[in-house]
Design a protein around this ligand. Structure first.
Ligand SMILES: *[C@@H]1O[C@H](CO)[C@@H](O)[C@H](O)[C@H]1NC(C)=O
Ligand SMILES: *[C@@H]1O[C@H](CO)[C@@H](O)[C@H](O)[C@H]1NC(C)=O
Ligand SMILES: *[C@@H]1O[C@H](CO)[C@@H](O)[C@H](O)[C@H]1NC(C)=O
Ligand SMILES: *[C@@H]1O[C@H](CO)[C@@H](O)[C@H](O)[C@H]1NC(C)=O
Ligand SMILES: *[C@@H]1O[C@H](CO)[C@@H](O)[C@H](O)[C@H]1NC(C)=O
Ligand SMILES: *[C@@H]1O[C@H](CO)[C@@H](O)[C@H](O)[C@H]1NC(C)=O
Ligand SMILES: *[C@@H]1O[C@H](CO)[C@@H](O)[C@H](O)[C@H]1NC(C)=O
Ligand SMILES: *[C@@H]1O[C@H](CO)[C@@H](O)[C@H](O)[C@H]1NC(C)=O
Ligand SMILES: *[C@@H]1O[C@H](CO)[C@@H](O)[C@H](O)[C@H]1NC(C)=O
Length: 550
């Protein structure tokens, strides 16, 4: 059970008191013009939330800040309900007052910042303390006053309804715009409204991944008149005007086809296994056999549906494991005993990510935000597609998550979540700026294929001459993590981001782009063999029989 902690901030006293709504008499309240910026009140907390207090002399400090539920100044009175926002920083001991502030916004709609703690420790350590990592849980997520149904809304929608009703006001105010103002406030507290808490040579840099980039843009938009930070990094961007999660499965499928085209282009490593060197034909042959419902279908024999398989393939369509997919399709068509074992094994081990149950995760917040902004039509006179249509989109693909028809659609039809959009919705900032900005985006991003970041770059360049766009080859969604290099630790995405952050002129070093690993569809590298053992139960991805025609 999570009962939200509601605090009333009373200006007339210095105390924060827990009192219930009944005792408030609004007529006695003093209106506030601005929310008071307090002194940062850091206290010790352990670096890993359920682990050691410190690692390699890296420490963490945390604090809670009160923010109004609505930043709308017409309602900013002492009567405003407040919620708590959780803030944490990771630093090398002794460097907390001299290091750069690197603020990290995670991806996903309701993922807590605990998901970034290993990354934070790694970054602080690798940069020898010159950078401290700062994170804050979005309102209603993680350790910020949480908002989440007592049982999963995905598993039991009706079970959630009374909770949604009880928290209606808060949910309507749980907007990207209010969340962006929270971030603005948190930054004001930490560095001071006029940066009086930090020294001139300390940089403040914000980096968001995936959905975090959408929040980051809202933040840049609401702060365009009073820029706070020195630079911004976008890792796989969701633009305000073209983002429609409704097309997710279509996009995923584009990249799946892109992968098969790359297989065709790799004669020795991949194409040679297929009849006429034509992997695409093998792909539709697989899909059509399944429609026959007889023993020409391998999956039919194994009692697996193509929908299930499409779903399971979507879980591994990331750069670390996507190289297994041509071999998987090949094996389904061949379907010998070894292949059947591999397919059964694959089907068993690829289970959906269990975010729903993760500590601090709020799927309610994710759905509320997504239904209001990321899932909505692009034009006012447009309607969202029907659920039947969405099922059609998802089933007419080789790989699909089915998230839209199975989860979003039914909830959207009830119109119980979401909020009215505001003046920032589907808009870019209009004020000219010179703030250094870097966008990293993978050319195989299966959630946001290339036309999306290219469009975004074009739009943002109009207001910012210092906007740098780098496409990362052979890299999937979230370019930071998904750009492994040959014979080198780390990823190219991180190397570029760090070089940008530390360069005196914010000039990114692109030299690692040449070192990004090829897609090992042949299955010959040690890394692929390890992945194959994990997903296929064998390190021989293509199986023992000779390739076709040899
Ligand atoms: C500072 O934080 C500590 C620990 O969370 C808390 O006990 C204390 O009341 C806070 N002080 C102020 C002035 O908010
Ligand atoms: C916080 O941790 C540091 C490092 O271990 C220690 O020196 C300091 O006394 C701690 N502060 C408090 C208030 O516990
Ligand atoms: C602020 O709230 C008032 C009253 O609800 C509303 O009329 C106004 O449009 C809101 N302003 C913004 C910027 O949301
Ligand atoms: C103003 O805030 C109060 C308490 O947070 C809330 O109950 C009320 O609905 C808000 N009014 C408007 C117009 O948003
Ligand atoms: C950092 O600043 C705080 C607040 O001014 C101070 O208490 C602390 O001792 C400083 N730490 C170091 C390592 O200088
Ligand atoms: C951190 O320190 C190590 C060892 O002294 C050094 O090799 C490395 O280049 C340093 N890294 C940075 C970013 O300064
Ligand atoms: C869903 O939640 C409701 C209300 O809590 C409960 O009565 C019902 O049994 C639940 N249904 C399932 C399938 O768990
Ligand atoms: C396929 O089905 C046909 C007719 O149902 C049957 O005669 C044949 O033996 C089956 N082949 C295999 C490999 O199971
Ligand atoms: C499925 O995987 C689980 C462990 O993840 C294992 O215990 C079980 O034996 C597997 N079942 C099959 C049929 O391979």
């Amino acid at each position: 059970m999570h009962s939200p902690i509601i605090k009333w901030y009373l200006l007339s006293t210095i105390f924060l008191l827990d009192i219930s709504l009944n005792f408030i008499n609004c007529q006695t309240c003093t209106p506030l013009n601005t929310w008071p910026i307090i002194k940062p009140n850091w206290s010790n907390c352990s670096v890993l939330s359920d682990g050691p207090f410190t690692i390699n002399n890296i420490y963490a400090e945390c604090m809670f800040l009160n923010v109004p539920i609505s930043w709308n100044s017409t309602n900013l009175t002492t009567c405003s309900d407040t919620i708590q926002i959780y803030v944490k920083r990771y630093f090398l001991l002794g460097y907390e007052n001299i290091s750069h502030h690197f603020w990290r916004i995670p991806g996903g709609g309701g993922i807590p910042v605990t998901s970034l703690e290993i990354e934070a420790v790694t970054v602080v350590g690798a940069l020898n303390g010159s950078v401290s990592v700062y994170v804050t849980d979005k309102r209603s997520v993680g350790q910020s006053s949480r908002l989440e149904c007592p049982t999963s809304i995905v598993h039991n929608f009706t079970g959630c309804l009374s909770f949604i009703k009880a928290n209606e006001y808060r949910l309507k105010q749980n907007t990207y715009t209010n969340t962006a103002h929270d971030l603005e406030y948190v930054l004001n507290v930490v560095m001071g409204k006029n940066r009086e808490n930090i020294k001139p040579n300390q940089r403040v840099i914000l980096m968001g991944s995936s959905q975090g980039t959408y929040l980051l843009q809202r933040y840049l938009h609401v702060t365009q008149e009073s820029e706070q930070v020195d630079a911004v990094i976008f890792d796989s961007v969701l633009p305000p005007d073209t983002t429609r999660l409704v097309y997710g499965d279509k996009y995923l499928n584009y990249i799946f086809l892109d992968l098969f085209t790359r297989c065709s282009q790799d004669q020795q490593g991949c194409a040679k296994y297929f009849e006429d060197n034509n992997p695409s034909r093998a792909l539709y042959t697989y899909k059509m056999h399944e429609d026959f419902f007889d023993n020409s279908s391998c999956l039919y024999l194994l009692k697996i549906t193509t929908t299930e398989l499409a779903n399971k393939m979507s879980f591994i369509l990331y750069p670390e494991a996507m190289q297994l997919l041509p071999a998987l399709i090949y094996r389904i068509n061949r379907c010998n005993q070894d292949d059947q074992n591999v397919i059964k094994y694959f089907s068993n081990v690829t289970q959906p990510p269990d975010q729903d149950g993760a500590v601090g995760y709020s799927i309610l917040v994710e759905l509320n935000n997504n239904l209001a902004e990321l899932w909505a039509p692009l034009k006012v006179d447009e309607k969202n597609p029907t659920c039947e249509y969405l099922k059609g989109i998802s089933s007419n693909t080789f790989t699909s998550t089915n998230v839209m028809p199975d989860i979003y659609c039914e909830i959207e039809e009830r119109k119980i979540l979401g909020y009215p959009t505001d003046q920032y919705y589907r808009k870019y900032p209009t004020k000219q700026t010179k703030m250094p900005m870097l966008l990293l985006h993978g050319d195989m991003d299966q959630a946001l294929p290339l036309p999306i970041p290219r469009h975004f770059f074009k739009q943002y360049s109009m207001v910012n001459p210092n906007f740098i766009y780098i496409e990362i080859p052979r890299t999937g969604h979230t370019a930071l993590g998904g750009s492994p290099m040959v014979d080198e630790d780390g990823t190219c995405g991180w190397n570029i981001a760090v070089s940008f952050m530390l360069s005196p002129t914010f000039e990114p070093d692109r030299s690692c782009l040449k070192k990004i690993s090829p897609i090992d569809v042949a299955g010959t590298t040690t890394k692929t063999k390890q992945i194959a053992i994990q997903y296929f139960g064998t390190d021989n991805i293509w199986g023992t029989e000779k390739p076709n025609g040899q």
